[in-house]
Design a protein around this ligand. Structure first.
Ligand code: GLU
Length: 296
């Protein structure tokens, strides 16, 4: 059983956007869902700026994001946590995992991973498995050569990967997490970390991946209830594994449906979905958005 937040502890929720593009209606839905649930449960709602990608996240986009949230009328409690200010914290965690032999250095580029996966598929005549995001599972090229390398610092161009099988041996099989509903009932779900393979935990240009930063920050901020889109549901498999390995408390989870465009594709910054700023410029009000999304 995953440890669940105690009934005496006031719930803590968070909205954790990345300032790597303009916010769209999908972000508004996520922020408003968190706001509604925090209110319903008498909890606190925190803001976290997920800006580990130092190339795509900019101060101007962050200012715009904060402005959009203020315009929507969402009030956050407590201090804002800014991931770019906590790189040292993430490094401590990766070093710890590396010392324990759970993380290894990988020198493969994305292209090399794809090529190695294609070669394995051709050799076996079977399709090479992909992770829930559609990327080929890491075929393990650098895993064997990394054995016994010790806890060297990150050096040449490469990433650090979690050795999934070793991690599962240490964490134990049968990882689970709780999904909560409006009535406070909790459904226990089995995590399937093997479908992700040896995930990346840090890159040369960023001392953490999304997976590592999110579990450390949820713990540091005392988050008890993680509410996010269904597109991040599968990632929870890796998050519960990292929580177990790092001795962090396990929050409860809930995944809301995603908004889709006219073609049925989820709204996305990279596909240029209409931003909240564009809607505002057209005269759409925050009240209309709240009403249209079902929060009025
Ligand atoms: N930063 C992520 C995003 O903007 C959300 C992270 C999370 O809620 O776990 O999609």
């Amino acid at each position: 059983m995953p440890p669940s937040p105690s009934a005496s502890q006031p719930p803590v929720l968070r909205f954790a956007p990345s300032p790597n593009g303009r916010l769209h209606l999908g972000h508004a839905l996520s922020a408003l869902t968190n706001e509604r649930l925090a209110r319903m449960m008498g909890g606190r709602l925190l803001l976290r700026i997920e800006d580990i990608d130092r190339e795509r996240c900019t101060p101007a986009l962050e200012a715009a994001l904060r402005n959009d949230l203020a315009w929507l009328g969402i009030a956050f409690d407590g201090a804002v946590r800014q991931q770019s200010e906590h790189f040292a914290d993430y490094r401590v965690a990766t070093r710890d995992l590396r010392r324990r032999g759970l993380v290894y250095a990988c020198f493969c580029s994305r292209q090399e991973v794809r090529a190695a996966a294609a070669a394995r598929a051709a050799a076996s005549g079977e399709p090479w498995p992909t992770d829930p995001d559609g990327a080929p599972l890491y075929p393990g090229t650098c895993r064997a050569s990394a054995l016994g390398e010790g806890a060297r610092e990150i050096e040449a161009p490469h990433v650090l990967r979690l050795d999934l099988e070793r991690a599962l041996t240490e964490a134990g099989e049968g990882l689970r997490y709780g999904v909560f509903d409006d009535e406070g009932a909790v459904e226990i779900v089995a995590a399937q970390p093997r479908r992700w393979g040896d995930v990346v935990l840090a890159r040369k240009d960023a001392p953490t991946s999304y997976h590592l930063a999110v579990v450390l920050d949820d713990a540091r901020q005392g988050v008890t209830h993680v509410v996010r889109g269904r597109d991040l549901e599968a990632a929870t498999d890796i998050h519960v594994l990292l929580q177990r390995l790092l001795g962090l408390p396990a929050p409860l989870y809930r995944f809301h449906d995603l908004l889709v465009d006219a073609e049925g594709r989820k709204l996305s910054k990279s596909r240029g979905s209409e931003s909240l700023a564009e809607l505002r410029a057209k005269g759409v009000t925050a009240q209309q958005i709240r009403r249209d999304l079902g929060f009025a």
